[in-house]
Design a protein around this ligand. Structure first.
Ligand code: HEC
Length: 395
């Protein structure tokens, strides 16, 4: 595909994905908020099935939303469903994953240092992850464990850690992290498609047929909704972390993503507790946020000490520049020579000493984490890598 077309596709898909994701999560946050703020009626409602209401003001208008204890006696003429936000978030996310990672698997997914996979094999791992994650999760939710939500969550999380360990053994770390996020997103969207919406449809169909709505059908959906509620923040955290090697690179990367997911879910839990009227609900959120800060600080401080401090001779900029010229400039140049590149990626042309010097920290983090050179297409050796990092970290 022409590189410029590739970029336009990627940026538009990303935009679409963000917009639909914002709509999905916005609606989900709004309905959680509604549930948490419904108050008993202050006066009788003409419809006896209405049990609570919320008053709100927004955009210069007053709103009154009523909540039914069960179902209304008659279906309204227009009933709004909230599903396309979820479906389009998944579809655009899937296309983006396919375009950025699968389509360019050699550069984006395979890391010979991690596993000797073919690009097709790596794509197979990616596709298998999405399908497998939902199939296993769905079986768990249909097993006897479903009646014990805490045990279900513990087993599910254990399996997620296992998946993370496996992916980090097979794919380049960034691809591994991204596929964990995509697995969470797939579970969430599949919950909407296969359980939540069909359950609601059964309820509506029964009402149309004049039967009492099978409210129990909503219970299975409620469990999936609860899971989606806790998965929202972790999924977002993983998705926005893909440009930050500190999160997933290094030997602890496979544990870092699951740990961040737990901390993200703890932050969410505070909001849920507040909705249930618990005293001091946000203590758990603060513990989660403090955990995030501790993980970040711990990981930043445990990084390798600058080589200068360990007594090695400092590496000169000229020595680093020579490596960068052979291993990076094929792509990072005003006129890249690498096939498929029309402009320097991220506008970063590493052609002169000033630019290289100014980007010291970014170079260190990208080279040390093995994200750059992309897919090691230019065959950078470990000695060259050590040299560039030693220069960049050399203070
Ligand atoms: C095969 C082409 C290619 C080679 C070779 C390459 N890069 Fe990159 N580089 C990219 C692409 C593509 C991006 C944008 C990545 C993205 O959008 O996630 C990038 C981004 C970067 C960034 C910015 C990262 C960020 O997210 O801020 C830095 C820094 C960088 N490269 C440094 C290097 C260094 C140093 C080398 C040589 C050791 C190198 N690159 C070799 C293609 C390459």
């Amino acid at each position: 595909m022409a590189p410029a077309l590739n970029e336009w596709l990627a940026v538009n898909l990303r935009w679409f994905h963000l917009v639909t994701g914002a709509a999905w999560i916005g609606a989900s946050f709004y309905f959680n908020w509604l549930n948490n703020h419904v108050r008993p009626l202050e006066r009788e409602d003409p419809d006896p099935a209405v049990k609570g209401e919320v008053f709100a003001i927004h955009g210069g208008a007053f709103y009154r939303v009523s909540k039914y204890a069960g179902a209304p006696a008659r279906l309204p003429r227009v009933l709004h469903w909230f599903k396309w936000e979820a479906y389009f978030t998944w579809i655009t996310g899937f296309l983006l994953l396919a375009l950025v990672y699968w389509h360019d698997a050699r550069a984006m997914m395979v890391d010979a240092q991690v596993a000797d996979l073919s690009p097709l094999g790596a794509v197979g791992v990616g596709v298998g992850t999405l399908v497998g994650a939902y199939v296993v999760y769905d079986l768990l939710c249909r097993s006897p464990l479903a009646t014990r939500p805490a045990a279900l969550a513990a087993v599910g999380f254990g399996l997620f850690v296992g998946l993370s360990a496996a992916l980090f053994q097979l794919l380049a770390p960034r691809a591994a992290a991204m596929h964990l996020g995509a697995a969470i997103g797939t579970v969430m969207a599949a919950n909407v498609l296969f359980v939540i919406i069909p359950g609601q449809r059964d309820m509506v169909d029964a009402m149309v047929a004049g039967r009492p709505p099978p409210l129990a059908r909503g219970a299975a959906g409620a469990l999936r909704s609860l899971h989606n509620n806790y998965l929202t923040l972790p999924a977002l955290l993983v998705m926005v972390s893909n440009h930050y090697p500190a999160v997933w690179a290094g030997p602890g990367g496979w544990l870092m993503v699951p740990a961040l997911c737990v901390l993200g879910a703890m932050i969410r839990h505070g909001y849920n507790l507040r909705g249930q009227g618990a005293p001091r609900p946000f203590v758990i959120s603060w513990v989660g946020a403090a955990g995030l800060a501790a993980v970040a600080l711990g990981s930043a401080l445990s990084g390798a000490p600058p080589p200068a401090a360990s007594g090695a001779a400092p590496v000169s900029l000229s020595a680093a520049q020579m490596v960068i010229a052979t291993r990076c400039m094929g792509c990072h140049a005003t006129e890249p020579t690498m096939a498929g590149f029309v402009a320097p990626p991220k506008g970063l042309a590493l052609e002169d000493r000033a630019t290289i010097e100014a980007n010291r920290d970014r170079i260190a983090s990208q080279v040390e984490s093995r994200v750059m050179p992309l897919g090691n297409l230019t065959g950078m050796t470990d000695e060259e890598r050590a040299l560039v990092v030693a220069w960049a970290r050399g203070g």
